[in-house]
Design a protein around this ligand. Structure first.
Ligand code: M6R
Length: 606
């Protein structure tokens, strides 16, 4: 959470910082600010405000800013309300900094160093600026070392010292920082989105290392002062794939990209019609030696795990749990060297998932991760990684990351089923063949989006909405319901249809909107009975139904017919249809679809 950028070079820093902050705004959009190092004036000037980057831009446009070195921040508030004073950067004496993370012992630091009277904000971050200033005697490295030795928590700090013009310092623990040097100068950011318009080469700043950006060089040292060579990585994202490409919102663009994203993700992992992870360096033994599987993930990524769990149970017959990463290590889970832990994350930076992975590794488990962002923390710390090739996902609501995660899971499940003798080679080939149809099927459902828009218009005014389904449909509706609530602010709950009569059906009154998914033939008749039960209580029902199962149901219900696939693949068209529903409700209500209130794309606080 929180977007960070720093630049020092020969170009005017203002535009570089503001452009980068616009790209990073999905990490937090409560307030924005920049600090520029005016070498001639020998001072660091700050411009900041509560609100969006566009508000900050309006302020900066009225100022004459010629500096070529500066830092910037977009905030997702943790400590202290959303107001100008709590916006970053924070300045104390000669020190100006921006921060991503949480300093857990900030109260003790205020008391121990008697900082109460100098603080002007309610943030934990300003306490660190004051502490750095306390230790600063003209040697930035020494002040940074002394300061971080006192801190408990997670942090990525980017710091300017007023008497070190043109130089940016940074240090981090857990919270990410990537950096690069290119012809424009040296720069760092909380994530690659802000850098890839300048270069494809970058490195991840190691934890507890001091980074110095100079106009023409980068210096990385460990806490003992030893020089460390940065490990350069390259990214294949292009600038235009991080833009909106003519769509009004990133969410729409990203939904439309799903067919290609899935094609890219599965191609190269299919050899002679069978799943193959040789190119990823994932050995078959990973799938044969484990006695149980445990998925750790949050939000949408966790929902992808639920689909995989249903597949593994029915196709591979191996015990599998899906754990909310934030609850995982506090619940004393049974994890050992016979457990395969699969961490799923778009960003690869979700701290709950990262901590769950670290816990699992300490217990001796083998860890595989399914990640979208190359070189991210979870990817780096996993034993094996299967990258999704979704490209940059900017909208807070996850869409293409989810369906690409599902496609990887389908390959993993087919591989396991074959390796463990639950599937013959012929069955595995047929399964993979159906998976290869997914992109074209999604193209069909995306072409049908106008029909879903019509349904969306009918629920614009709803306060509550329910989604019901059984088996895989229920797993998909959990995700569909999360999507709807996060972008439309309609209270939406997904229920396993059979559970309704045990309580939730009490919530159904006349005209309550209910979205029902019917894509699984073997449980269809039971599902239809449950739908009847809510219809009898006056609910206003829309069926998202597999075309082949629709029969004459249109006489009784409003239907969205989904293109036919084998049942275990119906998760793909159903989830895309539900994404479209959420999107149209949000955009028709006039909301900022890509930046729903209170949320951020990358969740790096526990
Ligand atoms: O980056 P991650 O996949 O680890 O993020 C996990 C969740 O924060 C994320 O999926 C969140 O639930 C999305 N906003 C849902 O659309």
């Amino acid at each position: 959470m929180c977007g960070i950028i720093g630049y020092t070079g020969s170009n005017c820093v203002k535009d570089i910082l503001l452009d980068a902050l616009s790209l990073l705004e999905y990490r937090g959009y409560d307030s924005a600010g920049i600090a520029v190092n005016e070498e001639e004036k020998k001072k660091t000037e700050i411009f900041k405000c509560a609100g969006r980057v566009s508000d900050l831009k309006a302020i900066c446009d009225t100022k004459q800013i010629t500096a070529t070195c500066g830092i910037g921040h977009t905030r997702w508030a943790t400590h202290g309300g959303v107001n100008d004073g709590n916006a970053h950067p924070h300045q104390q004496g000669k020190v100006t900094l921006v921060h991503n993370g949480i300093i857990e012992n900030y109260r003790e630091l205020i008391a121990d160093y008697d900082l109460q009277d100098v603080l002007r904000s309610e943030t934990d971050s300003e306490v660190v600026a004051a502490l750095l200033n306390h230790f600063y005697q003209g040697n930035p490295g020494e002040a940074i070392r002394k300061t971080v030795s006192k801190l408990k928590g997670t942090f990525a700090f980017v710091i300017l010292f007023e008497d070190q013009p043109g130089v940016i310092y940074s240090i981090r623990n857990v919270s990410p920082i990537v950096a690069t040097i290119c012809k424009e100068g040296a720069m760092l950011a909380s994530d690659l989105t802000a850098l890839c318009r300048f270069t494809n080469e970058y490195f991840v700043v190691p934890e507890y290392h001091i980074l110095e950006l100079h106009k023409d060089c980068i210096l990385l040292t460990d806490l003992q002062g030893q020089k460390v060579e940065p490990q350069m990585l390259s990214v294949d994202w292009e600038l235009n794939s991080a833009g909106k490409n003519g769509y009004p919102f990133y969410m729409e663009k990203e939904m439309m990209e799903q067919p290609d994203a899935i094609r890219r993700t599965i191609e190269g992992r299919i050899m002679n019609g069978l799943p193959d992870f040789t190119g990823d360096g994932v050995p078959d033994e990973l799938f044969t030696n484990c006695e149980r599987i445990c998925v750790v993930a949050c939000g949408t990524a966790m929902h992808a795990g639920l689909v995989a769990q249903a597949l593994v149970k029915s196709m591979v017959h191996v015990p599998m749990e899906v754990e909310l990463a934030s609850e995982f290590m506090y619940s004393d889970p049974v994890i050992d060297e016979k457990t395969l832990v699969i961490a799923v994350s778009q960003s690869g930076e979700t701290i709950d998932t990262l901590e769950a992975l670290r816990y699992a590794k300490r217990q001796g488990a083998k860890c595989l991760s399914i990640i979208n962002v190359k070189g991210s923390s979870i990817a780096r710390e996993s034993d094996y990684v299967l990258y999704t090739s979704a490209g940059p996902e900017i909208a807070v609501a996850s869409t293409k990351a989810y369906t690409t995660q599902l496609s990887v899971f389908h390959l993993v499940v087919a591989k396991m089923a074959m390796l463990r003798g639950a599937y013959t080679e012929k069955q595995a080939k047929a399964f993979v063949q159906e998976l290869q149809r997914v992109p074209e099927v999604l193209e069909t459902i995306l072409e049908q989006r106008k029909d879903i828009h019509v349904i969306a218009k009918k629920i614009l005014e709803a306060k509550d909405l329910f989604m019901i389904g059984r088996g895989l449909d229920y797993s998909i509706l959990l995700e569909g319901s999360l999507k709807l609530k996060e972008v439309s602010y309609i209270h939406s709950e997904a229920y396993a249809s059979g559970e309704l009569k045990h309580g939730p059906i009490a919530l159904i009154t006349r005209n309550t909107p209910v979205v029902a998914a019917v894509t699984q033939e073997k449980i269809m008749s039971k599902e239809l009975s449950n739908i009847k039960e809510v219809k009898s209580r006056g609910a206003d029902i829309v069926l998202f139904i597999k075309k082949a199962l629709a029969g004459d149901l249109h006489q009784e219900y409003q239907l969205i017919e989904l293109p036919d696939m084998q049942d275990v693949f119906m998760v793909f068209p159903t989830s895309v249809a539900l994404q479209l529903l959420a999107y149209y409700v949000s955009s028709d209500k006039g909301f900022d679809v890509d930046k729903p209130r209170n949320l951020a794309k990358v969740v790096t606080v526990e």
